[in-house]
Design a protein around this ligand. Structure first.
Ligand SMILES: Cc1cc2nc3c(=O)[nH]c(=O)nc-3n(C[C@H](O)[C@H](O)[C@H](O)COP(=O)(O)O)c2cc1C
Length: 186
């Protein structure tokens, strides 16, 4: 029996991204029986349907194969102007086509949003859920994860220093495992 393969997608390309720090923290505490890995999305050109067929860019092909090989997904995203950053929406679009051959289908997911502000990226979190409904990704409803004031949670070396957040994320992953195991039998 192999490990359950979970891909983590970060909606920020910034080197010092807080969302990337959260994703890396999740990878560091991945539950037993799971393999968590960060999936790069910044290399994907904007989705253009004219590129389907013979002209399909190799990076699209590789990305779709990567998604196909995963069992479950965790999206960790900031909010850009009250919505999902374009880079993350683009990644969802790229692996959603050609029509009828989406790679996301029926694989379980969770959405974590964070913000330097108080609202914790609520708008991005829910806009992302709207797209996930359409690509048929069963997304964990509870617990929800809106992480506010994220800049205060890490030290200068990028280490998570807030114990409540660490405990919250640990419990969150336990709930996510229960959710994933409803769909994935390995
Ligand atoms: C283009 C842009 C739009 C933003 N819009 C919002 C927003 O709507 N709501 C919010 O809470 N923060 C917003 N922010 C601030 C982000 O919360 C902050 O930049 C955060 O650090 C981004 O996540 P990251 O650290 O993972 O890159 C925005 C930042 C950028 C660059």
């Amino acid at each position: 029996m192999g490990n359950i393969q979970v891909g983590l997608f970060v909606g920020s390309l910034r080197k010092e991204s807080f969302n990337k720090k959260i994703a890396n923290y999740l990878i560091s505490i991945a539950p037993k029986g799971y393999e968590y890995q960060l999936i790069e999305i910044g290399q994907l050109p904007f989705y253009n349907e004219d590129l389907e067929g013979d002209k399909l860019p190799a990076v699209y092909k590789e990305f779709r194969a990567t998604i196909e090989a995963l069992d479950a997904f965790i999206f960790v995203t900031p909010e850009y102007n009250r919505s999902v950053p374009a880079v993350l929406k683009n990644a969802i679009d790229v692996a959603s086509r050609p029509y009828g051959k989406a790679k996301w289908n029926k694989k379980p997911a969770a959405v974590i949003s964070s913000s330097i502000g108080a609202i914790g990226g609520f708008g991005a979190n829910h806009h992302l859920r709207q797209s996930l409904v359409f690509v048929d990704v069963p997304t964990m409803a509870q617990p929800e994860a809106y992480i506010g004031h994220v800049a205060k949670l890490f030290d200068e070396q990028g280490k998570l220093i807030n114990e409540d957040t660490a405990k919250f994320l640990e419990d969150y992953l336990a709930a996510f495992s229960t959710w994933v195991e409803r769909f994935v039998k390995k």
